[in-house]
Design a protein around this ligand. Sequence first.
Ligand code: FEO
Length: 395
Amino acid sequence: MAKKITDKVTWVGKVDWELTTFHGDELSTHRGSSYNAYLVRDEKVALIDTVWKPYDREFVENLKKEIDLKDIDYIIMNHNEIDHSGSLVELMREIPDVPIYCTAKGEAIIRGHYHQDWNFVNVKTGDTLSLGETTLTFIEATMLHWPDTMFTYLSGENILFSNDGFGQHFASHSLFDDDVDLCEVMYEAEKYYANILNPFSMMAKKKVNDILAMNLPINLVCPSHGVIWRKNIPLIIEKYLAWADAYQTDQVTIVYDTMWQSTRLLAQAIADGISAVSPSTTVKLLNAAHDDKNDILTQMFRSKAVLVGSPTVNNGFTYAIAGILEMAKGLKFKKKKAAAFGSYGWSGEAPKLIAEHLQKAGFELVGEGFRTLWVPDGQALAQATEYGKEFASSL
Ligand code: FEO
């Protein structure tokens, strides 16, 4: 159902309460998501973005209840990943000649996805499109997080349509940040940043600063996922600047996997050592085989240091740890310290191999790591605690 945002702007998106994973299985979405599309009605009418393909009929039918499709003058595509462009085919079947405003890269992506020769109008930063009393200004936001991405600013209503930027996978019946649980939304915004935008932090920092330098009045930030920022715009801007700047807090995250509990016991003993030296440091233990991978990565994102542990299995480490290490490498975390640990029965390579992976992923290694043979006894656990103390002291 469409929802009015201002006199001229109506939300015409789709709330997806059932979404549990996104990007295939790459990203968990425990709180669902939404695909936000917006209709701007002035003397001219513009539709900003569409919704994910499985909901294309529903989107078009709902849009028809809101407006005669023939009254849409322009379609603005801020970003053309399928969750936003997926309804274009269904929509353009009804209004095939309406111009689609997007970046040149956006046109290439739409053509590559849908193989249609629609009426494209390429735009660049600073280009404008008058709708009457209001004007759309386009702001390229390359690699936030795709090459085609742009933001669109609506003067008159003072709204920044930021697409994935400032988004959260968060299903909500309410449209605005001040109508929902802010802790939940901020966690989802951070998880979104850590798991999707972090590799592009340099561009994110520059883009946020560019927009601040433009001194635009901004009453609303309307992303393409989750709630609209109304009350907490300064907060999300402040967070983005922090997240984009090698973010860390006083936290150490211990990620481990365990076959017969020995590596888990080491993780706990190491945690005790860290807390003994640094009681104010938040220490979190996460089992890579049981805990959600994207929540683990979010905890790593907010940490100043991580410890990764695995038993040695078949001269290597476990499947769950391999997945986390591979994902962490892609997310390009910066300025975080790390070490590896684990139990073993005979060959014992896991800590060394994990350390190599951590280094390749950009972590700064601290020391040689820690390993213990067979099931740790009281002495081995005491050594693990001592190791935790040394690790904490080195941070
Ligand atoms: Fe929400 Fe990059 O698509």
